[in-house]
Design a protein around this ligand. Structure first.
Ligand code: NAD
Length: 455
């Protein structure tokens, strides 16, 4: 069947109203959970083939994340989809006001390759929890995970409800010509713009989960041990191929030397050697070449070794970095950590404010004033104080970018709302009509209305 036929069938199926039934949604969320658990080993094997991601990392950053999402919606489906009563103001008396959450209809989810399961399936889970039909297109760059996801979805779900579509740029371009009620895209800012433009032709709303250069700032008031430990973990997780990884480091000059030593200590301790099965590989030669080109030999503080055959790049720290260096021009998306030192916290925050708004930002300090400046002066999608990445792991927090790093958000309740329309309904009694609402109008009536509206 052609993809356009599948989308048409999903539109027809949505109109039957079956997906609006809570039992129906629950049944398919349970089903998805069941097939993921049943096929857990296939999922590990595929991602291992794609970029050497270990079973441990895949479980903690992908499978457990997805199962947790499903469990959240199973538990909260009823309360999330409940019609909400709101206050009815004076001019609308006597009446009742309600917000009905309505599924949008037919959703297109386009996934990225770096956390292939989570980034394709997490939006799907939110979309079907909210009562929609869905087409998901995983990234072709991680070919094996794309194939396994396509298989387990298409073998277990009716295509008129949920369908996984394999394809690269050409297929996605075709897909974007079709009409959806919402497009949820995860990927680069460059492709995000292509998706946004295509969506605008049909006035289709979008959620764009994009990237950017996310800074981590370490001041002299930070707990340097814990800052180094957490930054090393977050930067080299998935070999730096994480959208919210600290892209670069800003360290207060007076503690720079001690901090760099502590970073080195933890990189050694965490054992990212080529033979370590816990250190992920670079996804492909294209990205490998792009990354190794960014390693300026004169600026290596630690690491700098790589192996093209193995797609291995050692955790690398670059120092004496300027804002003009090539490594500071684009999102790195790999295990290279440039370090810039600063002497004045206010000046560095002002400098950051002039750059594109990143997906994340991190501050390590115990100084209350610095924390306030960070929260109030800098704009970024989301972030942490004295931690990296982990804000994603709390389903009570929205996850999304701002400005160049994205539009909209998801996770937990926010994911449910992302795929719902908030329909306002005012219901009035059929008696007690106020005369002042209707013509003929007079100065006296206007006077009453002004009084009523507190003018
Ligand atoms: P990408 O933009 O190259 O690809 C993402 C998706 O878009 C893929 O499914 C791909 O098939 C499709 N695509 C690529 N080119 C296209 C085109 N010309 N027309 C239509 N579709 C096209 O991104 P990527 O390399 O998979 O992921 C890396 C980027 O994604 C990084 O910038 C990273 O920060 C960002 N990212 C963001 C998040 C987030 O949650 N905000 C998560 C992961 C990755």
């Amino acid at each position: 069947m052609e993809i356009s036929d599948i989308v048409s069938k999903q539109k027809e199926f949505f109109k039957t109203n079956q997906t609006k039934n809570i039992k129906f949604r629950r049944m398919y969320l349970e089903k998805l959970k069941e097939v993921i658990i049943k096929n857990e080993n296939l999922l590990y094997e595929a991602i291992e083939k794609d970029f050497g991601k270990s079973r441990f990392d895949t479980f903690t950053t992908e499978i457990s994340f997805i199962i947790n999402d499903i469990n959240y919606y199973l538990k909260n489906l009823k309360s999330l989809s409940k019609t909400k009563k709101v206050r009815t103001n004076l001019i609308n008396q006597i009446g009742k006001s309600r917000i009905h959450l309505e599924p949008l209809g037919n959703i297109l989810v386009i996934g990225a390759w770096n956390y292939p399961y989570q980034l394709s399936l997490s939006p799907v889970i939110a979309a079907i929890a909210a009562g929609n039909c869905c087409v998901v297109k995983p990234s072709e760059i991680a070919e094996n995970t794309m194939k396994v996801m396509t298989k387990i979805i298409n073998d277990n779900f009716p295509p008129e409800y949920l369908y996984a579509y394999e394809g690269g740029i050409d297929e996605t371009t075709e897909l974007l010509k079709l009409r959806f009620d919402k497009i949820f895209f995860t990927g680069s800012t460059k492709v995000g713009k292509i998706v946004y433009e295509a969506a605008s032709k049909n006035l289709t709303p979008v959620t764009l989960e994009l990237g950017g250069k996310s800074p981590a700032i370490v001041t002299k008031d930070a707990n340097l041990e814990i800052a180094a430990k957490r930054i090393v973990w977050g930067k080299f997780l998935n070999a730096g191929q994480t959208c919210v990884a600290p892209d670069y480091l800003l360290v207060e000059e007076s503690v720079q030397e001690q901090f760099l030593e502590t970073l080195r200590k933890y990189i050694k301790e965490f054992d990212y050697k080529p033979e370590s099965e816990h250190y992920t590989r670079i996804i492909n030669v294209k990205n490998f070449d792009r990354l190794t080109h960014l390693i300026n030999k004169d600026k290596i503080y630690f690491g700098g070794n790589f192996n093209r055959e193995e797609l291995y790049i050692e955790p690398t720290i670059l120092t004496h970095i300027n804002w003009e260096d090539e490594v500071m021009q684009e999102e790195i998306f790999g295990p290279i950590l440039p370090v810039i030192s600063f002497t004045n916290f206010n000046i560095i925050v002002n400098q950051l404010s002039d750059l594109e708004k990143p997906l994340a930002a991190y501050l390590f300090t115990s100084n209350a004033e610095e924390k306030e400046i960070f929260k109030n002066k800098l704009s970024f999608g989301g972030g942490c104080i004295n931690e990296v990445i982990m804000h994603l792991g709390n389903e009570n927090l929205p996850f999304g970018g701002v400005g160049n790093s994205g539009i909209g958000n998801y996770h937990g309740k926010f994911g449910f709302d992302t795929f719902s329309h908030q329909k306002a309904i005012l219901e009035k009694v059929t008696w007690g009509e106020p005369k002042i609402k209707y013509p003929p109008y007079s100065e006296k009536k206007l006077g009453w209305i002004r009084k009523l509206l507190n003018f």
